[in-house]
Design a protein around this ligand. Structure first.
Ligand code: GLY
Ligand code: MN
Ligand code: MN
Length: 436
């Protein structure tokens, strides 16, 4: 039952912040891949956060006020469908196991939801997120409005529950931190295995297979996002996911891959030489990115604002770009002109949690950057991507490096949950040499 309690506590916390009104939170639809074949099912992150219930075709209603209650609509028990598709809790089973106050068949939504909306002052629903649900909810609202002459009132105010939920999701509880640490541990093992496995002449997808093997054998059922396994010049394509090219002696391999565990994401990037030894030019760029990451990590602590790690990384990268002849001018002029963006065109991190790019505002209501606080989780991922060009020293052509770790803000700094993945040149070369 403890598994259930923290979901129940979240529902209660949300109903308290709603004060009064009804929230409607559907889970994600199943997605067709092609005829008769579905993508693996993944619940909606908000719905999962509040329920822990992972079946498709389910809707959560939360009714806040003097007598708060949670109501689940879900699929019925159905022996025939369970023979074909597997176990279903059914409303009674779900209510008991997951601690809802009431549960009904999903087939009764149209019949029952207008009644739950009646006489509520406020409707909490994320209009615009899903056209199917937008239409159905507008229909139910109109049904309630049509009862005005019978003395029934419809919600007069609309609010987006994500405003409240994003703030809750931004601060990870102990249970969430534990899930994220376990996801991080699995991904660390996967990156180490990739370093041990790679040999010149292999295909990128062979290394992807080694990553997936580690994810699955440790209980993760999916990567948290499409794995990037990018050899040589492919590392300079930020969202490269084809993973179908040969890996060559002398090239670097950039891997951005993390598993999902209990719906929580991990997100690691490591870059290492296919043959196990960095060339001098690769080492120069690699150690520049590593220094930028270390500078950023030093700024992840309570009281720093969101942009400080990015600014710290940028400061180190710009100095390096000038030293290596990639950018011309002073540090301030390169920062001002944005010339560095030719080699570093993304930001240094994002919130991490149920979604790899997790919920949560980056700015405060006054427009200033959000201040970091204990319990927040974020990535720290500077990089450098150098495409061939006449004004770029040839030794650097096609070098793409990113180094990405997952950080938890603690009382006095941060915990790097992914610290077990080798990161210095010596750590990487030693691990790879030991595997030869
Ligand atoms: N892997 C997604 C990201 O790094 O943002
Ligand atoms: Mn990331
Ligand atoms: Mn990543």
């Amino acid at each position: 039952m403890s598994e259930v309690n923290h979901f129940l506590e979240r529902r209660n916390a949300l109903m308290q912040s709603m004060a009064a009104g009804v929230a409607i939170i559907p889970t994600a639809p199943e997605a067709m891949r092609n005829r008769d074949s579905h993508y693996p099912y993944r619940s909606d992150s908000y719905f999962y956060y509040l329920t822990g219930f992972t079946e498709p075709e389910a809707v959560l209603l939360l009714i806040a006020g003097n007598e708060p209650k949670s109501v689940l609509f879900c699929r019925d028990k159905d022996l025939e469908r369970e023979i074909w598709d597997g176990f279903r809790h059914g409303p009674d089973g779900a209510r008991e196991r997951f601690g809802f106050d009431e549960a009904y068949s999903i087939t009764r939504l149209d019949e029952l939801v207008p009644g739950f909306m009646a006489n509520q002052p406020r409707l909490f629903y994320s209009f615009g997120a899903d056209a199917h649900w937008d239409g159905r909810i507008a229909g139910w609202l109109n049904q309630v409005r049509a009862q005005g002459r019978s003395g029934v009132s419809a919600p007069a105010e609309m609010a987006d529950p994500r405003v409240l939920l994003d703030e809750m999701r931004l601060f990870k509880s102990g249970v969430e931190q534990e899930a994220m640490r376990r996801a991080a541990d699995i991904s660390v093992e996967a990156h180490k295995q990739a370093m041990r496995t790679v040999r010149p002449g292999m295909m990128e997808y062979e290394i992807e297979a080694a990553l997936l093997h580690q994810f699955y054998r440790h209980g993760s059922r999916s990567p948290a996002y499409s794995s990037i396994v990018a050899g040589g010049a492919n590392a300079c394509v930020l969202h490269y996911v084809e993973n179908n090219q040969r890996l060559h002696d002398g090239d670097l391999l950039l891997i951005d891959a993390g598993c999902e565990l209990e719906c929580y994401a991990s997100d690691i990037t490591r870059t290492f030489p296919v043959n196990g030894c960095f060339s001098p030019a690769q080492k120069d760029i690699y150690e520049l990115v590593l220094a930028a990451q270390q500078a950023a990590i030093a700024r992840i602590r309570p009281g720093s604002h969101w942009n400080e790690p990015h600014e710290a990384a940028l400061d180190v990268l710009i100095r390096g770009f000038i030293d290596f002849g990639l950018c011309k001018g002073s540090h301030d002029s390169v920062l001002e002109s944005g010339d560095y963006r030719r080699f570093y065109m993304h930001r240094t991190g994002h919130w991490l949690g149920l979604d790899v790019h997790d919920a949560g505002e980056y700015k405060q209501s006054d427009g200033s950057w959000r201040v970091l606080q204990p319990g927040m989780t974020l990535t720290v991922e500077p990089g450098c991507y150098i495409r061939p060009a006449d004004d770029v020293p040839r030794a650097f052509w096609n070098i793409g490096v990113r180094i990405e770790d997952d950080a938890l803000v603690t009382a006095d700094g941060c915990e790097i949950m992914t610290a077990g993945a080798p990161k210095t040149v010596a750590e990487i070369e030693n691990l790879m040499a030991a595997a030869k």
